[in-house]
Design a protein around this ligand. Structure first.
Ligand code: FMN
Length: 189
Protein backbone atom coordinates (compact mmCIF):
# COMPACT_ATOMS: atom_id res chain seq x y z
CA UNK A 1 0.00 0.00 0.00
CA UNK A 2 2.01 2.96 -1.30
CA UNK A 3 1.03 6.59 -0.76
CA UNK A 4 2.82 9.34 -2.63
CA UNK A 5 2.60 12.91 -1.32
CA UNK A 6 3.24 15.67 -3.83
CA UNK A 7 4.21 18.94 -2.14
CA UNK A 8 3.43 21.81 -4.49
CA UNK A 9 4.62 24.78 -2.43
CA UNK A 10 8.06 26.34 -2.81
CA UNK A 11 7.92 27.16 0.91
CA UNK A 12 9.41 24.27 2.87
CA UNK A 13 7.87 24.06 6.36
CA UNK A 14 5.10 26.32 5.12
CA UNK A 15 1.39 25.66 5.48
CA UNK A 16 1.02 23.17 2.64
CA UNK A 17 4.13 21.28 3.68
CA UNK A 18 3.01 20.95 7.31
CA UNK A 19 -0.48 19.82 6.29
CA UNK A 20 0.92 17.27 3.87
CA UNK A 21 3.29 15.92 6.52
CA UNK A 22 0.32 15.38 8.82
CA UNK A 23 -1.64 13.62 6.08
CA UNK A 24 1.33 11.35 5.36
CA UNK A 25 1.68 10.62 9.07
CA UNK A 26 -2.01 9.68 9.11
CA UNK A 27 -1.56 7.34 6.15
CA UNK A 28 1.51 5.80 7.74
CA UNK A 29 -0.39 5.22 10.98
CA UNK A 30 -2.68 3.00 8.88
CA UNK A 31 0.23 0.93 7.56
CA UNK A 32 0.77 2.77 4.27
CA UNK A 33 4.28 3.07 2.92
CA UNK A 34 4.69 6.80 2.33
CA UNK A 35 6.93 8.87 0.11
CA UNK A 36 7.06 12.63 -0.36
CA UNK A 37 8.00 14.56 -3.44
CA UNK A 38 8.95 18.25 -3.12
CA UNK A 39 8.35 19.55 -6.63
CA UNK A 40 10.25 22.80 -6.11
CA UNK A 41 13.44 20.82 -5.43
CA UNK A 42 13.16 18.85 -8.63
CA UNK A 43 14.03 19.70 -12.18
CA UNK A 44 10.76 19.57 -14.08
CA UNK A 45 10.73 21.22 -17.48
CA UNK A 46 7.29 22.45 -18.59
CA UNK A 47 5.64 20.45 -21.39
CA UNK A 48 7.00 21.52 -24.79
CA UNK A 49 4.38 19.72 -26.89
CA UNK A 50 6.92 17.56 -28.70
CA UNK A 51 4.27 14.80 -28.55
CA UNK A 52 6.81 11.98 -28.42
CA UNK A 53 4.49 10.50 -25.78
CA UNK A 54 1.84 9.81 -28.40
CA UNK A 55 4.24 7.36 -30.07
CA UNK A 56 5.27 5.27 -27.08
CA UNK A 57 3.97 6.87 -23.88
CA UNK A 58 7.34 8.35 -22.99
CA UNK A 59 8.29 12.01 -22.85
CA UNK A 60 11.35 12.91 -24.90
CA UNK A 61 12.55 15.41 -22.24
CA UNK A 62 15.11 13.97 -19.80
CA UNK A 63 14.81 15.42 -16.30
CA UNK A 64 13.46 14.43 -12.87
CA UNK A 65 10.16 13.32 -14.42
CA UNK A 66 12.13 10.16 -15.26
CA UNK A 67 11.98 9.35 -11.54
CA UNK A 68 8.49 10.72 -10.98
CA UNK A 69 6.56 8.79 -13.69
CA UNK A 70 7.26 5.38 -12.08
CA UNK A 71 6.38 6.78 -8.65
CA UNK A 72 3.02 7.98 -9.98
CA UNK A 73 2.33 4.70 -11.75
CA UNK A 74 3.26 2.57 -8.73
CA UNK A 75 1.43 4.57 -6.05
CA UNK A 76 -1.88 3.20 -4.78
CA UNK A 77 -2.78 6.53 -3.18
CA UNK A 78 -1.76 10.06 -4.08
CA UNK A 79 -1.99 13.22 -2.01
CA UNK A 80 -1.54 16.44 -3.96
CA UNK A 81 -1.01 19.51 -1.80
CA UNK A 82 -0.70 23.07 -3.06
CA UNK A 83 -1.12 26.64 -1.95
CA UNK A 84 -3.34 28.78 -4.16
CA UNK A 85 -1.31 31.05 -6.40
CA UNK A 86 -3.69 33.32 -8.35
CA UNK A 87 -6.56 30.86 -7.85
CA UNK A 88 -4.60 27.94 -9.21
CA UNK A 89 -1.94 25.46 -8.17
CA UNK A 90 1.70 26.60 -8.19
CA UNK A 91 3.65 26.72 -11.44
CA UNK A 92 6.01 24.05 -10.13
CA UNK A 93 3.13 21.63 -9.58
CA UNK A 94 1.46 22.58 -12.84
CA UNK A 95 4.66 21.72 -14.71
CA UNK A 96 4.56 18.21 -13.20
CA UNK A 97 0.88 17.88 -14.05
CA UNK A 98 1.33 18.99 -17.66
CA UNK A 99 4.15 16.49 -18.16
CA UNK A 100 1.66 13.79 -17.22
CA UNK A 101 0.26 14.14 -20.72
CA UNK A 102 2.61 11.17 -21.24
CA UNK A 103 0.55 9.09 -18.79
CA UNK A 104 -2.65 10.32 -20.44
CA UNK A 105 -1.24 9.11 -23.78
CA UNK A 106 -0.47 5.70 -22.28
CA UNK A 107 -3.95 5.38 -20.81
CA UNK A 108 -6.21 6.85 -23.47
CA UNK A 109 -4.28 6.72 -26.76
CA UNK A 110 -1.94 3.74 -26.54
CA UNK A 111 -4.01 1.92 -23.90
CA UNK A 112 -0.88 0.52 -22.26
CA UNK A 113 -1.67 1.71 -18.73
CA UNK A 114 -3.65 -1.00 -16.94
CA UNK A 115 -6.86 -0.13 -15.09
CA UNK A 116 -6.25 0.62 -11.45
CA UNK A 117 -8.04 1.30 -8.21
CA UNK A 118 -5.87 4.25 -7.32
CA UNK A 119 -7.34 6.94 -5.11
CA UNK A 120 -6.25 10.54 -4.87
CA UNK A 121 -6.92 13.36 -2.45
CA UNK A 122 -6.24 17.08 -2.61
CA UNK A 123 -5.07 19.52 0.04
CA UNK A 124 -5.55 23.17 -0.93
CA UNK A 125 -4.41 26.18 1.09
CA UNK A 126 -5.18 29.85 0.51
CA UNK A 127 -4.92 33.16 2.31
CA UNK A 128 -8.35 34.48 1.39
CA UNK A 129 -11.77 33.08 2.18
CA UNK A 130 -13.73 33.28 -1.06
CA UNK A 131 -16.24 30.59 -1.95
CA UNK A 132 -14.60 29.90 -5.31
CA UNK A 133 -11.02 29.93 -4.02
CA UNK A 134 -10.35 26.28 -4.88
CA UNK A 135 -12.67 25.78 -7.88
CA UNK A 136 -10.00 26.07 -10.58
CA UNK A 137 -7.48 23.92 -8.72
CA UNK A 138 -10.00 21.19 -8.00
CA UNK A 139 -10.78 20.91 -11.72
CA UNK A 140 -7.06 20.75 -12.52
CA UNK A 141 -6.40 18.06 -9.92
CA UNK A 142 -9.46 16.03 -10.98
CA UNK A 143 -8.31 16.01 -14.57
CA UNK A 144 -4.71 15.28 -13.51
CA UNK A 145 -5.93 12.24 -11.60
CA UNK A 146 -8.16 11.13 -14.46
CA UNK A 147 -5.17 11.17 -16.81
CA UNK A 148 -3.74 8.07 -15.16
CA UNK A 149 -6.76 6.40 -13.63
CA UNK A 150 -6.88 7.91 -10.16
CA UNK A 151 -10.24 8.51 -8.54
CA UNK A 152 -10.58 11.93 -6.85
CA UNK A 153 -11.73 10.70 -3.47
CA UNK A 154 -11.42 13.37 -0.82
CA UNK A 155 -10.12 16.85 -0.08
CA UNK A 156 -9.10 19.27 2.64
CA UNK A 157 -9.50 22.92 1.72
CA UNK A 158 -8.01 25.42 4.14
CA UNK A 159 -8.90 29.10 3.82
CA UNK A 160 -7.47 32.10 5.64
CA UNK A 161 -3.86 31.06 6.26
CA UNK A 162 -1.09 33.15 4.85
CA UNK A 163 2.14 33.50 6.83
CA UNK A 164 4.74 30.76 6.86
CA UNK A 165 3.72 28.12 9.35
CA UNK A 166 0.54 29.98 10.32
CA UNK A 167 -1.27 26.66 10.06
CA UNK A 168 0.28 25.72 13.41
CA UNK A 169 -2.21 28.14 14.97
CA UNK A 170 -4.95 25.85 13.61
CA UNK A 171 -4.37 22.46 15.25
CA UNK A 172 -7.89 21.44 14.16
CA UNK A 173 -6.80 21.70 10.51
CA UNK A 174 -3.63 19.71 11.15
CA UNK A 175 -5.79 17.06 12.82
CA UNK A 176 -8.08 17.06 9.77
CA UNK A 177 -5.05 16.53 7.53
CA UNK A 178 -3.99 13.55 9.66
CA UNK A 179 -7.50 12.12 9.33
CA UNK A 180 -7.49 12.69 5.58
CA UNK A 181 -4.33 10.57 5.37
CA UNK A 182 -5.92 7.89 7.50
CA UNK A 183 -9.01 7.86 5.26
CA UNK A 184 -6.89 7.58 2.13
CA UNK A 185 -5.12 4.53 3.55
CA UNK A 186 -8.54 3.03 4.24
CA UNK A 187 -9.80 3.75 0.69
CA UNK A 188 -6.86 1.88 -0.81
CA UNK A 189 -6.47 -0.78 1.88
C1 FMN B 1 2.33 34.27 -5.98
C2 FMN B 1 1.28 34.10 -4.94
C3 FMN B 1 -0.05 34.10 -5.31
C4 FMN B 1 -1.05 33.91 -4.37
N1 FMN B 1 -2.35 33.88 -4.78
C5 FMN B 1 -3.32 33.65 -3.89
C6 FMN B 1 -4.68 33.56 -4.30
O1 FMN B 1 -5.02 33.69 -5.47
N2 FMN B 1 -5.63 33.36 -3.36
C7 FMN B 1 -5.31 33.21 -2.04
O2 FMN B 1 -6.21 33.01 -1.21
N3 FMN B 1 -4.03 33.24 -1.61
C8 FMN B 1 -3.02 33.48 -2.50
N4 FMN B 1 -1.71 33.51 -2.09
C9 FMN B 1 -1.38 33.25 -0.67
C10 FMN B 1 -0.95 31.80 -0.40
O3 FMN B 1 -1.85 30.88 -0.95
C11 FMN B 1 -0.88 31.59 1.12
O4 FMN B 1 0.11 32.45 1.67
C12 FMN B 1 -0.57 30.15 1.53
O5 FMN B 1 -0.76 30.01 2.94
C13 FMN B 1 0.85 29.77 1.21
O6 FMN B 1 1.05 28.42 1.54
P1 FMN B 1 2.49 27.78 1.78
O7 FMN B 1 2.99 28.31 3.09
O8 FMN B 1 2.25 26.35 1.81
O9 FMN B 1 3.34 28.17 0.61
C14 FMN B 1 -0.70 33.74 -3.01
C15 FMN B 1 0.65 33.75 -2.62
C16 FMN B 1 1.63 33.95 -3.58
C17 FMN B 1 3.08 33.95 -3.15
Amino acid sequence: MKVLGIMGSPRVKGNTDLLLDEALRGAKSRQAEVEKLVVDKMKITPCREYYGCLRDGNCVIRDDMDIIYPQLVEADGIIVASPMFFYGVTAQLKALIDRCQALWARKYVLKTLPDSKKKGVFIGVGATKGKQLFDGSILTIKYFFQAFGVEYSDELLVRGVDKRGEIKEHPDMLAEAFELGERLAQYIG
